[in-house]
Design a protein around this ligand. Sequence first.
Ligand code: SAM
Ligand code: SF4
Length: 374
Amino acid sequence: MTPLGIYVHVPFCASRCGYCDFNTYTAEDLGPGVDRVGFHGHLIADIGLAAGALGPREVSTVFIGGGTPTLLGAGPLVGILDAIRRHFPLASDAEITTEANPDSVDRKMLDVLRFGGFTRISFGMQSAAPHVLAVLERTHTPGMARQAAGWTRDSGFEHINIDLIYGTPGETDDDLRASLDEALAADVDHVSAYALIVEDGTALGRRVARGEIPAPDDDVSADRYAIIDDTLSTCGMSWYEISNWARPGAECRHNLGYWHSADWWGVGPGAHSHLTGERWWNIKHPARYAALVSEGASPREDGETLTREQRATENLMLGVRTREGVALADAGGDKEGLVRDGLLDASAYAEGRAVLTRRGRLLTNRVVRALTRD
Ligand SMILES: C[S@@+](CC[C@H](N)C(=O)[O-])C[C@H]1O[C@@H](n2cnc3c(N)ncnc32)[C@H](O)[C@@H]1O
Ligand code: SF4
């Protein structure tokens, strides 16, 4: 059976970073009707509703994301995991991740999470350069992610990820190299690196619109991607998805489920779910979400059923992002032309697969457009 992943969304942050448009709320912008304290009770109620709808299906991965899940505290996070265990058979080798901000954990908390069954922590380090962290409006200081990764290793976690953001205005090549050195010195087995996206409606978006800071430059970001890919591959981490590098065996199975169009159930405000071609998403605001689940009602806002063609296109768009790529037989367009243009790998092509070259990874939209032509 297709593996099932459970995603749990924790919609709280201590403060909002200027670039972020995720569904997350600080204490000030949360409004009445809901409180961070005790919110895990609503998530646990939602897990019960999911179990009622799904039946006893084995769960192979759990990912608690946000927001800042660790703001709930270790006990409530373990409580959420225990609820999943009570309602579902959890695979004996299940991968269980929580995201964390480097300044939202301490050694004791990590011990409790590990003892409670978590196997993987993902830290949002973003950069090691103080002026880059300042533009991003991060609350942690350089060095905190490395210290937190050290505690995580000492607590006995199997896997640790560090998220980086590159291409921030004011970042230099050397700043990025220093961030990569810091991530490598933290001895993590996984790095996610994202080009900074300036989202409309964010503080960063407004500053860029006012001309206060320049927008990220695509050519600079492409050069930085090459630095990341070269540095990490030299140090034993290979790319396995456009923005993700891992040591062998440390690939994030939960996220692979998204790219392989597996099944996942999203718990929490605004969380998305996908079960064999049916997709839906929950009410976004935590207060309305909490009111529904506490009455035993589904927090689902809306959804859609994909046609066979839509599913095929989606499988292709997501699958081609991975190192495995997609079968040539499942793709349309001038695939040979893409090999000639250096966008698809020639040896994978000879074996019947469409796999992106590094140039292809930088021009994924163009490749996807070409592969989805008849
Ligand atoms: C939503 S955050 C949750 C993790 C945690 N709250 C943190 O920030 O440390 C997950 C990751 O998404 C990435 N991210 C969020 N907004 C982004 C943006 N506008 N551009 C690029 N990356 C972004 C960051 O790398 C961040 O670590
Ligand atoms: S801490 Fe993470 S989730 Fe929260 S605002 Fe910053 S990037 Fe977004």
